[in-house]
Design a protein around this ligand. Structure first.
Ligand code: CTP
Length: 400
């Protein structure tokens, strides 16, 4: 998941950083907050902790977090946003000072940095601040705002922190995420299903749910309303996503069918069981007195095929095919058999790819015959590539 480190410094606008944190979290970002000593005088760390679900880092001396947080956060961040950024932090950044956790982390990172200045009008106009900002600009730091208006000090003029929704927009821009799914509703299935044998056993599979969760988080970041129908996983659901927890293929079928009509896109990333025990035993099957065990199974309903049978031209239907040989051939067959617009095929026997891995090497097979081979890449990156392809299909469907 994309991780954003939010640096909050001691300006009155610190209260607006709470809303910024909330907006980032709702977009599916993992947000880690660093507060300066002065920021904590203006607003309580507990607020950021509650909103982001992560501890707030405040000191170099790991009083409440892990040691060497300046390094771990610097490495973890995909983007650092300093909001509000006081004249002081801007001066420290421009001069490479590292006298607290935030300034040290800013010196230790290679992640892109964005600052949203907020200060008194005279401080903003001061030659020192202008020069410091120029230094930051030439180093590639993105400066957002400030805006004009009434300032906390009673003056009127430039110095108000830019509103959180515009800071969010700039952040999406830096991360290369376009808000191109605003107004769309998408349904993603994830994880494997469990078909009960008796009260303690089930037939499951090795799906971790990582691909489906990455797809859900990516769609949320792009502004879509996201419904995630998930089999049991160990993953934390992305924020801002409606999660429907299911266990069996039958439950997944029911929950998907109840919602599919409202959706512009359905992606079946779940590993749905093809067979389910004929009847679930109400008592635990005992070992004694048995030579072996034969399970009578019946086929489950094929969700993708049922969706494909009533697909609409303006809706995009995507399936996955985890194969252990001839992935493209099998994907082409599945695409036609199930009526999907695209199948994302992957060879799960490829080393470092597929089940439970954070990486995947996939091929996108389209209904119009196109076959696009992708490199091995992190699942979060693959998710973005799949959405780009889906958006293109949606737009083509709308002009048809
Ligand atoms: N799928 C589904 N419902 C099922 C089984 C599969 O919707 N009961 C979907 C999966 O979510 C996936 C696609 O169909 O998007 C292909 O799943 P896969 O298991 O690879 O294909 P199967 O048709 O089950 O064929 P096989 O397992 O024999 O390869």
């Amino acid at each position: 998941m994309n991780c954003i480190v939010l640096g909050v410094t001691g300006g009155i606008a610190a209260y607006k950083a709470v809303d910024l944190a909330r907006q980032l979290v709702l977009r599916g970002f993992e947000v880690k907050t660093i507060m300066t000593e002065h920021a904590t005088r203006l607003i309580g760390p507990a607020t950021f902790r509650a909103i982001t679900g992560n501890p707030v880092a405040r000191s170099m001396f790991a009083d409440e977090g892990e040691p060497m947080q300046h390094i771990s956060l610097a490495r973890e961040a995909d983007l650092i946003i300093v909001a509000p950024a006081t004249a002081n932090i801007i001066a420290k950044m421009a001069n490479g000072l590292a006298d607290d956790l935030l300034s040290t982390m800013l010196l230790a990172t290679r992640a892109p940095i964005m600052v949203a200045p907020a200060m008194n009008l005279e401080m903003w106009r001061h030659a020192a601040t202008r020069a410091n900002l120029e230094v930051l600009r030439t180093r590639g730091v993105r400066i957002v705002g400030p805006e004009s208006g009434f300032l906390a000090c009673g003056e009127e003029g430039e110095g108000r922190m830019t509103e959180p929704d515009l800071i969010l927009e700039a952040a999406l821009d830096i991360l290369g995420i376009t808000a191109s799914m605003e107004g769309r509703t998408v349904l993603v299935t994830a994880g494997g299903t469990r078909e009960p044998i008796d009260p303690v056993r089930y037939i499951g599979n090795r799906s971790s749910g990582k691909m489906g969760y990455a797809l859900a988080a990516a769609a949320r970041r792009m502004g879509a309303r996201v419904i995630l129908v998930s089999g049991p996983t160990y993953l934390q659901a992305p924020q801002g996503v409606e999660v429907i927890a299911v266990e069996t293929a039958e439950e997944m079928w029911r929950e998907v069918m109840a919602r599919e009509e409202d959706c512009d896109v359905v992606i079946m990333a779940a590993a749905v069981a093809d067979f389910s025990p004929q009847a679930r035993k109400s008592e635990k099957i005992k070992k004694d007195g048995r030579e072996g065990l034969t399970l009578e199974c019946r086929p489950t309903r094929d969700i993708l095929r049922d969706l494909g049978q009533k697909n609409r031209p303006e809706r995009v239907l995507v399936g996955f095919a985890a194969e252990t040989g001839k992935p493209v051939e099998n994907a082409v067959h599945k695409l036609h058999a199930k009526g999907a617009d695209m199948i994302v095929a992957n060879d799960v026997s490829t080393l470092g790819s597929g089940f439970d891995s954070d990486f995947n090497k996939a091929t996108m097979v389209y209904g119009d015959g196109r076959v696009i081979d992708l490199d091995l890449m992190p699942k979060i990156e693959l998710a973005a590539r799949i959405w780009d392809a889906v958006i293109a299909l949606l737009e083509a469907g709308e002009t048809r």
